[in-house]
Design a protein around this ligand. Sequence first.
Ligand code: 8X3
Length: 260
Amino acid sequence: MNRIAGKRVLITGASAGIGEACARAFAAQGVHLVLTARREERVRDLAAHLASAHGIEARGERLDVADRAAVFGFVERLEADGLLPDILVNNAGKARGLDKLHEGDVDDWEDMIDTNVKGLLYVSRAVLPHMVARDSGHVINIGSIAGRWVYPKGAVYNSTKFAVWALNEGMNIDLLGTNVRVSSVDPGLVETEFSEVRFHGDTTRAKTVYADTVPLTGDDIADAVLYVANTPEHVDVINLVVMPTAQRHAMLLHREPSSS
Ligand code: 8X3
């Protein structure tokens, strides 16, 4: 049963990976789109393509979620244009670097904290009051298994995803008594641009992360996000952890070289 056709979803970080897969999945269900990313051309092209392919309304706009003034200005414009979302997918996020804490690059830390924590907060703070006023809406935070288990050299990225876990729980607590739902979808290993970004464009190193195993795809996570979004209003999926069959813990990944 499709309970979301005709609703509007705002997806941050929608130019690639999980965000792009979510955009395609929602569009296929007849959900109108507001797509944002720093790569403006990609979200504009994706929005135009999905609008014509699925007969939905779709807007693609440049937005850096870490830019506080831009986020609040953007949501004000959505309100003025009658485009406030019923569903918010807080997807924009990144890892930068994989280092022992005492050797870490402070610029990498700032980048992760600004996007993964402050960016998610800005977008949520701008959108949630409208959902509370309507007594309806759904925030879906893309967390990570990195927010459940700390792994070597990941302390700062882990901390940002532990923060997402806490914010997801805190938003739920603060919204008790309303019909506004808050969920997190927490992926394990997903093959996207994630590792290329983490390793500052080193594609060879990025490929080794996914070598000889079967990671999740962005589409696998989009499936989970759609499931969460499509539950009836009296159901609130608080956390949904999704991992590859080849991974059972952040530190336990099965690799098996193929014979070909
Ligand atoms: C992505 C999952 O374990 O590669 O957030 O950090 S992991």
